[in-house]
Design a protein around this ligand. Structure first.
Ligand code: HEC
Ligand code: HEC
Ligand code: HEC
Ligand code: HEC
Ligand code: HEC
Ligand code: HEC
Length: 357
């Protein structure tokens, strides 16, 4: 049966086999159920075909001799299914469900600012450049290491952040203590959150969305430690808290803000904006209310975890003056504007009247 066929192949050919099987089984939603929880036969899906690059369990020269194909294997199932974290075309991304989309790393230009034509920002600034040559993804061309940390860009892959063998953490994220693929040991626990079901879940909306509960900024700090200190204020161009309780002003503003055309007409009960989430232990996937005194700002209030169609994995493009400008100069995919109005101000306004403090 299927596993036998897979075991006979090696390298790229096998990846294509897996990819083809994923397409075939894509409509059978339970086609690969159990792949991450050690079910019988599950090991071979990722391992047997990779004996040559050290991914053979208990054998080979260590799991890291060639870490590119490892991410290709993940993408053979996840590019367009089971959460769809990549898609095939930067102008036709998979629907957004929380983490963002790796396909934007292949965009030609992300710069929608005034200098967008003369000074293009290549797609590799769209977020985390996992190396997956079979899907066209290469190591980042800008950073040697994680900014504000020491994680080598050449080692970045799906399993830098996710445990391929499954664990009980949100999205099987790596937790504290155990060495991960590149040998790094995380100091901070995995975040606590609830996500949409990767197989059957709907796409992100203000009524259905990831619920962030706590710990995300610390988790990101496993690789970006200096960003806990006012966003790496001595190096970054942006000086801002990153792991902080929302103040009274931001709580009030978030609740009443309903876009540039209706800046004070919002209601607490319906003010949650999936595009600008905050952490709160009380958040659920269908929470629609705004923040309270226990709510916090975190990295993913402004960034997506994988990549976005804006520089630095921004949840909105940090370089433009109104959201209607997104994609116009660069021709890149315009990020969905939650208020539709093309004259909408940047989403900093959700927390700050006047765009700032
Ligand atoms: C979804 C893909 C996938 C499945 C399924 C899988 N592995 Fe792995 N495994 C990997 C990857 C990728 C690595 C390389 C290490 C890394 O990047 O974390 C790895 C590494 C290993 C290692 C080296 C030590 C380590 O943990 O890094 C062992 C041993 C191992 N796997 C055993 C197994 C066994 C046994 C099974 C079945 C119960 C299994 N794996 C199923 C992807 C998988
Ligand atoms: C053979 C297909 C297949 C491969 C290969 C595969 N996955 Fe999955 N993955 C699935 C399916 C099906 C699910 C949903 C059911 C489940 O969690 O087992 C899933 C779920 C996930 C989830 C979400 C878990 C949750 O409960 O929210 C993550 C994260 C994930 N996979 C990451 C990876 C990574 C990283 C790799 C590569 C090391 C990988 N997957 C390889 C099929 C695959
Ligand atoms: C820098 C860390 C990082 C890397 C690298 C990374 N992920 Fe993720 N991934 C995350 C985080 C964090 C989340 C949860 C994000 C959220 O809910 O906002 C996530 C979510 C997911 C999900 C859930 C998707 C959904 O629709 O909710 C899947 C599947 C997944 N990742 C697969 C992958 C695959 C496959 C790769 C490699 C191609 C990868 N990830 C690389 C951090 C990472
Ligand atoms: C396993 C280590 C690791 C973790 C965990 C991690 N990152 Fe990164 N991050 C990197 C590396 C390495 C780079 C530089 C290479 C690149 O940009 O692809 C990077 C780059 C970035 C960039 C700049 C992208 C660009 O090209 O401008 C942003 C923004 C970012 N990370 C945010 C986050 C956020 C937010 C989290 C938590 C959800 C996070 N990172 C978690 C390793 C990590
Ligand atoms: C209030 C919004 C906001 C929050 C919260 C935030 N960032 Fe950023 N981030 C930005 C903006 C805006 C930029 C672009 C700055 C620029 O133009 O250089 C950026 C850029 C980055 C970059 C690219 C390098 C640089 O500094 O320009 C990294 C890496 C990064 N952020 C990581 C993080 C991490 C990690 C966290 C959480 C610990 C975080 N950010 C929290 C808004 C935010
Ligand atoms: C999710 C809510 C949220 C978003 C979105 C947000 N901020 Fe903030 N901002 C805060 C919080 C919380 C503080 C800390 C307030 C305090 O200490 O009183 C803050 C502080 C500030 C300050 C004062 C900085 C300091 O060090 O005292 C400025 C300026 C600012 N933000 C600008 C921005 C800009 C520009 C953006 C968009 C790129 C943005 N903020 C997005 C929540 C947010």
């Amino acid at each position: 049966m299927v596993w036998w066929g897979l075991n006979r192949g090696i390298g790229a050919a096998s990846i294509m086999v897996v990819a083809a099987l994923c397409v075939l089984l894509g409509s059978v939603t339970s086609g690969w159920a159990g792949v991450h929880d050690g079910g019988v036969g599950s090991c071979n899906i990722c391992h047997a075909m990779h004996a040559t690059d050290g991914m053979s369990p208990g054998g080979g020269g260590g799991a890291l001799l060639d870490d590119g194909p490892a991410s290709d294997i993940c993408l053979s199932c996840h590019a367009t299914d089971y959460g769809a974290v990549m898609a095939m075309d930067p102008l036709v991304p998979a629907p957004e469900r929380g983490p963002g989309n790796f396909i934007f790393l292949l965009a030609d230009n992300l710069n929608d600012g005034p200098s967008g034509i003369s000074d293009p920002i290549p797609g590799d600034a769209a977020g985390h450049n996992v190396r997956a040559p079979g899907h066209g993804l290469a190591t980042d061309g800008t950073y040697m290491n994680s900014p504000g940390g020491t994680y080598p860009a050449t080692m970045l892959k799906c399993t830098s952040c996710h445990d391929p063998h499954g664990n009980t953490n949100y999205r099987m994220l790596r937790g504290r203590g155990t060495p991960q693929g590149a040998g790094a040991v995380f100091f901070y626990d995995a975040p606590s959150a609830k996500g949409l079901d990767v197989v059957l879940g709907s796409d992100e909306s203000n009524a259905t969305h990831v619920a962030y509960n706590n710990g995300m900024s610390l988790w990101c700090a496993n690789c970006h430690f200096d960003y806990l200190d006012d966003h790496n204020q001595y190096v970054s161009n942006f000086d801002h808290p990153t792991d902080d309780a929302l103040g009274t002003d931001q709580i009030q503003q978030y609740s009443i803000y309903n876009g540039t055309l209706d800046p004070a007409g919002g209601l607490f009960a319906t003010s949650f904006l999936a595009a600008v989430p905050f952490e709160d232990a009380g958040n659920g996937v269908s929470t629609t209310s705004g923040p309270t005194a226990s709510s916090r700002l975190m990295c993913l209030s402004c960034h997506r975890a994988h990549a976005s169609s804006a520089p630095h994995a921004g949840r909105w493009d940090f370089n433009i003056e109104t959201l209607g400008q997104d994609g116009v100069v660069s021709g890149s995919y315009p990020i969905a504007n939650p208020y539709q109005d093309p004259g909408q101000d940047p989403l900093c306004w959700k927390c700050h009247a006047g765009g700032e403090d």
